[in-house]
Design a binder for this molecule. Structure first.
Ligand SMILES: Cc1ncc(COP(=O)(O)O)c(C=O)c1O
Length: 451
């Protein structure tokens, strides 16, 4: 059996009104006991899944084009990942890598070091989530440089614990009433050229962002000698699946090197094959971040994150940073299998099917004036909804309506940014499944925009 051939149906099958009775009952129960801070949109409840196909509690079948927010990289319950988890669970569930040794931790760290951009050997600290990875990376940057300031970007999202929340700047609701935040954080512009008010080229927009750091932040806000790190998403996720121009990240790195500043690439969403390369950073020639943070797809759905730092940077002494659960052996086993599957075909599938999906969305764009920019790499693709391509005004409500309507047709997608639909299906997605998704999208858009 090929690593992709999971015998997955190519179409959804909706057999009850949505939500069905069991889902309805669950939502009622859930409302009574679950924190209202979660951001549930349409009423989907999962019973089980395989590949890019999921079933709800009422037996309805859906195509999953969000993969548990870009987490189920190898698809739902890939049989080889499930087997690796079972095998490890039979041996031991936990021992704490903080105090003891086990093989899978070292094996996985070695693999991550080997796959990282550049040829510098790396060391790894394992966490349980994206926010923990970023939190730890910020600590490491301070420790290594002896500096305290951080520069990060508008529209970026790095997580919800205090450090990560402080460096994020995608939606104010994430910060509302949680201050005081981490001091010494400066936000600046990410080259979001589609919406550039004076129509500069992408490269000019990138140059301008770098100029802003030099001429404003470094002259008016903080001396560069006090900056520990630039924290940047190589492709912005939550902020709208924004791809920077090719010159941006190398220029940012050059500026960093000039002042002894570290570059931290937050690859929590964009990493682990999502963009058709192991790391999105590898799409930008010469870009070799000092620290990479990972989580989400790293272990196919098991909670695991990683801080992957150049060897000479990860030199903090024993006791400075540690964790009880980070690098849990079951999660490490799932992750080793995930990386194995990437090598054996999923990385290639991410490129091939990503190109196919991109082509399909571009064709859709030709027919719908309300589709603005379509951008991305591999299976990380964003599609903006606008009132018209001429004005490029954001059409957030239309985006929400499309996302909702697709659910009722059996297609699970999610939004990001103010007016973008994100497509981040599992890396096992098949061409027939993409064809179905495009067909559903087209019919929903025809209905909602009455073309
Ligand atoms: C780029 C990026 N960084 C960090 C995070 C936070 O990850 P977690 O929710 O696992 O803490 C996310 C989550 O969406 C993300 O997309």
């Amino acid at each position: 059996m090929s690593v992709i051939d999971l015998n997955q149906p190519a179409t959804p099958e909706i057999i009850t009104p949505l939500p069905g009775p069991k889902t309805k009952a669950l939502i009622e129960r859930d409302k009574r006991v679950i924190s209202p801070s979660y951001t549930r949109g349409y009423p989907f409840s999962i019973d089980r899944g395989r590949g890019a196909v999921v079933y709800d509690l009422d037996g309805n079948r859906f195509l999953d084009f969000c993969a548990g927010i870009a987490v189920c990289s190898t698809g739902h319950c890939h049989p080889e990942v499930v087997q690796a988890i079972k095998d490890q669970a039979d041996r031991f569930l936990h021992m704490s890598g903080t105090d003891f040794y086990y093989e899978s931790m070292a094996d996985l760290a070695q693999k991550l070091s080997d796959t990282a951009p550049g040829n510098t050997p790396r060391k790894v600290f394992f966490t349980n989530s994206g926010t923990e990875s970023n939190e730890g990376a910020l600590k490491l940057a301070r420790y290594y440089t002896g500096r305290d300031k951080i520069v990060s970007f508008y529209r970026s999202f790095h997580g919800r614990t205090f450090g990560s929340m402080s460096v994020s700047a995608s939606k104010v609701v994430h910060k509302k009433r949680f201050s005081p935040l981490l001091p010494g954080v400066f936000h600046t512009y990410y080259p979001y050229f589609y919406r550039d008010p004076i129509g500069r080229t992408p490269e000019e927009c990138a140059d301008n962002c770098i100029r802003f750091i030099k001429e404003f932040i470094f002259k008016m806000a903080t001396p560069p000698e006090e900056v520990a790190a630039f924290l940047v998403e190589p492709v912005q996720g939550e902020g709208g699946y924004v791809v920077p121009p090719p010159n941006f990240l190398p220029a940012l790195q050059e500026l960093a090197h000039q002042y002894g500043i570290l570059v931290i690439a937050d690859e929590v969403q964009s990493g682990v094959g999502r963009t058709g390369k192991m790391w999105a950073s590898q799409h930008f020639e010469g870009f070799d971040p000092d620290i990479i943070t990972s989580a989400k797809g790293l272990a196919s759905g098991m909670p695991l994150g990683a801080i992957i730092a150049k060897e000479h940077i990860m030199t903090w002494e024993p006791g400075t940073h540690a964790t009880t659960f980070g690098g849990n052996p079951v999660a490490c086993a799932a992750s080793l299998k995930t990386l194995d599957l990437l090598e054996r075909g999923l990385l290639e599938n991410s490129q091939t099917q990503g190109a196919y999906l991109m082509q399909g969305l571009k064709a859709l764009q030709q027919d719908f004036e309300v589709i603005g920019d379509v951008r991305g790499f591999g299976l990380m693709i964003g599609m903006e909804l606008v009132t018209s391509r001429e004005t490029r005004e954001k059409a957030g409500k239309l985006r929400d309506d499309i996302v909702d309507a697709c659910f009722y047709e059996g297609l699970l997608i999610l939004g990001c940014g103010e007016n973008t639909i994100r497509f981040c299906p599992p890396l096992v997605i098949t061409q027939p499944q993409i064809e179905t998704a495009l067909r559903i999208l087209r019919s929903v858009m025809e209905r909602l925009t009455s073309v």
